[in-house]
Each structure stands twice: as structure tokens, then as C-alpha cells.
Design a protein around this ligand. Structure first.
Ligand code: ATP
Ligand code: MG
Length: 277
């Protein structure tokens, strides 16, 4: 039986200025999966993510964590935030400590871990995101992409059950972008549910187990990467783009160069294998 770690039921959210950013969102997120949210600017991804760990409180409907509706009292919020870590879209909104090391150790120290364990986790996270050599550096002198990576380390040290990354690879160079994706795969293999939002259709297509598409504060479609990106009408209506790998595959099938196969390539290697077979 499927186990859902996070659900929303008719969740809506209205900002104080009256903007209805979320309209009756109903989703179920399966435990241990790799999930992407895609959709144009302003479709509500960040607002939904901020509802996921209680930074924002729904104006209507509910958020359900492990089968229980979240109550917005202090105890329930603490519990939620301990288990669901969020990396904000803009690192400037997240980082506040003087040095990189202080910044990343803060969350782990709050968990009241032994000092040696804190040190171990911080060192590991900084090495993973390639910022270990910068550990004594002042956060405000870092480049934007470096800040972004530190904000990701902030959450990695906490070891939550679910990690929500709001556009984790935006403004990262190709090397660090693929490094971050590898980290997501590693933590996912340890059983952590990884949720991200992205405008990079190639990442959404090749990385995700399951995708939600948002438009105007609503979920307009959900499904496997192939179900989403083979839907040309959806791609048009939601101003998405077909991933190059899938487009190439569809083209090869159409022209008869590749016979229809059971396996649809998800990445370059799989596509090349098919072409060379
Ligand atoms: N603090 C705020 N006050 C009022 N309206 C807001 C606020 N933050 C976001 N909005 C509005 O809510 C809607 C959803 O915004 P949100 O930031 O969730 O979109 P998004 O999908 O994350 O977009 P992007 O891809 O640009 O990050 C937009 O119409 C936006 O203008
Ligand atoms: Mg956003």
C-alpha cells in the first residue's frame, strides 16, 4: 500500500493584499519519492512550499503530515519544522549568520546534538556542496550561487524526513547544479522524500519520480515525467517546454529511425543507447 507523507486537502492561501495564490490544492506526496513542481512564474509553487512546513498558514483547507492534519499551535509547528526542511528560493531570506560554518551549524545545534556530531554533519554537508574551503568566510561576501549552496547545506545537516527545495539549481553553474542533483539522489536513497520546484524541464524530466504542474494557484496535472511531457496541449497551455531528450525520442520514432520501445529514455545515456542499438 502507498504511504503518503504529506497531503493537502482543499488548501487555499490568500496573501494580505488579497492575492489568491493557492486555490483548493489537493495533492498526496508519497514517502521516499523524488517529486518536482513545475509551472510559470507566479503559479504558486513557492507559496505552496511555504505552506508545507508551516511558514505560511493556509487560509482554507488543511495540510496533512503522516495522516494527521497539522494544528497550528507551537508544538505541532515545531514538530512539522523538525521533519520538513525547506530551502528558500532566495538564499538572502535564509542566511543570517556571520560565517559559513556558524550558519550551517546553527540548525544542527538547535537539534541539541553532541558537539562532535554537529561538527561531523557540518563538515560533511559543506564537503558535499563544495563549500568546505569557505567555512571561515563571511556569508555576506559569498557569490549568489555560493550562498545558494550554503542554504542547501543548512537543511542537509538537519537530516529531516522531507526536504523541500525551492528552485535549488537556479543560478548554479552546470558543475554545481549536477553536484546538487547527485546529493538529492544520495539523500533520497537514504529514504528522504525530496521535493523541488524548477524551471529546468530537463531536470524535472530526468530526475523526478512524479511531477505536479501548477498554473494560477492550482494543480492542473500530475503524473510521471513521461505523462506530463508527452502532453503537448498541457505544455502549450502551461508555457512549458518539451525536454530535448523526449523530443528527440519522439522524433526518432516518428521518422522510423527507432522502433517503438518499451523503455522511454530519461537521460542522454539511455537515448544514445537506443540510437546505437
Ligand atoms: N508576499 C506576497 N504578497 C502578495 N502577493 C504575493 C506575495 N508573494 C507572492 N505573491 C503572489 O502570489 C502568487 C504566487 O506567487 P509564488 O511566489 O508562489 O509563485 P511561484 O510559482 O513560486 O513563482 P516563481 O516561479 O516566479 O518563483 C503570485 O501572483 C505573486 O504575485
Ligand atoms: Mg517561486
Amino acid at each position: 500500500m502507498r504511504e503518503y507523507i504529506l497531503e493537502t486537502k482543499d488548501l487555499s492561501f490568500k496573501y494580505p493584499d488579497g492575492t489568491k495564490a493557492l486555490k483548493s490544492v489537493n495533492i498526496k506526496i508519497e514517502k521516499g519519492k523524488k517529486i518536482s513542481f513545475i509551472g510559470v512564474n507566479g503559479s504558486g509553487k513557492s507559496t505552496l512550499f511555504l505552506n508545507f512546513n508551516g511558514v505560511l498558514k493556509p487560509s482554507g483547507g488543511s495540510l496533512i503530515y503522516k495522516g494527521n492534519a497539522v494544528k497550528y499551535n507551537q508544538k505541532s509547528l515545531l514538530e512539522l519544522r523538525k521533519n520538513i526542511g525547506i530551502v528558500f528560493q532566495d538564499p538572502e531570506n535564509q542566511l543570517f549568520s556571520a560565517s559559513v560554518y556558524q550558519e550551517v551549524s546553527f540548525g544542527a545545534m538547535n537539534l541539541k546534538l553532541e558537539e562532535t556530531e554537529v561538527r561531523r554533519r557540518v563538515d560533511e554537508a559543506l564537503k558535499n556542496i563544495g563549500m568546505y574551503d569557505y567555512r571561515e568566510k563571511a556569508v555576506h561576501f559569498l557569490s549568489y550561487g555560493q550562498k545558494k549552496r550554503v542554504s542547501i547545506a543548512d537543511i542537509l545537516v538537519m537530516n529531516p524526513e522531507v526536504i523541500v527545495f525551492d528552485e535549488p539549481t537556479s543560478s548554479l553553474d552546470p558543475k554545481h547544479s549536477s553536484q546538487i542533483i547527485d546529493i538529492f539522489d544520495d539523500i533520497n536513497e537514504k529514504g528522504i522524500t525530496v521535493i523541488l520546484s524548477t524551471h529546468d524541464v530537463e531536470i524535472a524530466y530526468s530526475w523526478s519520480d512524479y511531477i505536479f504542474v501548477m498554473k494560477d494557484g492550482e494543480i492542473v496535472k500530475e503524473g510521471t515525467p513521461y505523462e506530463i511531457f508527452s502532453d503537448d496541449k498541457l505544455i502549450n497551455e502551461c508555457y512549458l517546454q518539451k525536454p530535448l531528450i523526449l523530443e528527440t525520442f519522439e522524433n526518432l520514432i516518428k521518422s522510423g529511425k527507432v522502433k517503438s520501445t518499451e523503455t522511454i529514455p530519461r537521460n542522454k545515456q539511455e537515448l544514445f543507447q537506443l540510437i546505437n542499438a
